[in-house]
Write a protein that binds this ligand. Structure first.
Ligand code: ADP
Ligand code: MG
Length: 255
């Protein structure tokens, strides 16, 4: 049975998409059948894996109930990694979904049968706690929360944890936090070291050991449509994402 991970944080630019793409790639490289589902209308994960952002069918068609998810799965440059692309129209789902009672479980229903075919399913969420992210958290077993190692890192985390607790209570009792992930860490600055210490003190046992360094290669990889681990397998960013993928896999299959 596969495990479903949501990569979520309502803040933009904290490394959600980068983490979703690169962890998915590393896990697939390690021999696990992996599916990355892009549920952000900005479609950055879709583009970052070398796909176009206007292909059909896509996750919008799946959420609308027009096609089964199998039909929207596409191959990527990595053998065991498949992608369900996003589409700019997905922005409309934020308006349409709340109009229908019970639409929080739309993605969970769409994922029916997916756990039998994939070992890992990763959901790249948009930068909000709107209906699409709620759908992801209702469908997920675990959530990874990327936290940019900058001033204000802790800002908003309490709100996110409240939302997670609410979803656990009301909609998805099996949801657990896989961990917070410190991203874009610049070890040369005192600020980054202070923020890391503060986050670890505030959330003991909840922060991944692996820290993702700020690394030019990580930032430029999407422009080649590649995970950083393919763009430059030996840079510090690739090393870190390989380590993180090991932590994720070590946590074991199943919720
Ligand atoms: P989010 O999905 O949370 O909005 P992204 O993953 O798109 O965030 O990252 C925001 C920006 O920062 C992107 O341009 C991305 O390429 C860049 N970035 C992310 N992680 C790193 C890193 N470790 N080193 C350098 N640049 C990074
Ligand atoms: Mg993103």
């Amino acid at each position: 049975m596969g495990t479903v991970y949501a990569i979520a944080n309502q803040k933009g630019g904290v490394g959600k998409t980068t983490t979703a793409v690169n962890v998915a790639a590393c896990i697939a490289e390690a021999g696990f059948a992996t599916l990355l589902i892009d549920i952000d209308p900005q479609a950055n994960a879709t583009l970052g894996l070398g796909s176009q952002k206007d292909v059909e069918p896509n996750i919008y068609d799946v959420l609308a109930g027009d096609v089964p998810i199998e039909d929207a799965e596409r191959d990527t440059s990595i053998e065991l990694l498949k992608l369900v692309p996003a589409h700019p129209d997905l922005a409309g789902a934020n308006v349409e979904l709340p109009r229908e009672a019970g639409s929080e479980t739309r993605l969970r229903e769409a994922l029916h049968g997916v756990r039998e075919r994939f070992d890992y399913v990763l959901l790249d969420c948009p930068p909000s706690l709107g209906p699409l992210t709620v759908n992801a958290l209702v469908a997920a077993d675990r959530v990874i929360v990327p936290v940019q190692t900058e001033y204000f890192a802790l800002e908003g985390l309490a709100g996110l944890l409240d939302t997670l607790a609410l979803i656990q209570r009301e909609l998805n009792p099996r949801l657990t936090i896989a961990g917070m992930l410190l991203t874009m860490h610049d070890g040369r600055t005192r600020l980054a070291r202070d923020v890391e210490r503060e986050v670890r003190e505030h959330f003991p046992d909840l922060v991944f050991d692996t820290v993702i360094p700020r690394n030019v290669r990580v930032g430029e990889a999407p422009s080649y449509g590649l995970p950083v681990t393919h763009h430059d397998p030996h840079c510090s960013g690739s090393d870190a994402y390989f380590e993180l993928a090991k932590e994720v896999v070590r946590a074991g299959a199943g919720p």
